[in-house]
Design a protein around this ligand. Sequence first.
Ligand code: 4NP
Length: 155
Amino acid sequence: MKILFVCLGNICRSPMAECICRKIIAERQLDIEVDSAGIIGYHQGEQSDRRMRQAAFERGYHLSHASRPVKYSDFEDFDLIIGMDDSNIDALREKAPTSDALQKIKPMASFFSATIEIDHVPDPYYGGTQGFNYVIDLLEDACENLVNQLSISSI
Ligand code: 4NP
């Protein structure tokens, strides 16, 4: 199983999702691979946003991903392609080369617990520190549920 997390710039939300998921997968010794990418290539090669790395560090995570844009082969290589918001999902659907690829695209919010009252992972880029912490809260919840679902379906 290979999962690709996608946001706009691949410097805040999707590398954080990748990092959280990677930690859960390692703790449970599961055979799941994760990566992340951005809709835009503007930040290609850059490490994650300093504010995201700081918020991650304070919660016990180390972000080491270098930003890269989504590429054509991702739609072949990954089993699940998870977008952070509706705009990411729309852009992924436009890029998907086949109907098989379209089926792989899912919103991160589809893995939120029922108690969460928002339907996307909001872009923290133009906001303050609180926004980055909130993104981590949402992603921890979604990653836990996502990995649980995958573990159950592979039994
Ligand atoms: P991300 O956040 O999509 O969560 O990585 C953003 C990063 C960069 C920009 C916007 C959002 N930007 O406009 O450059």
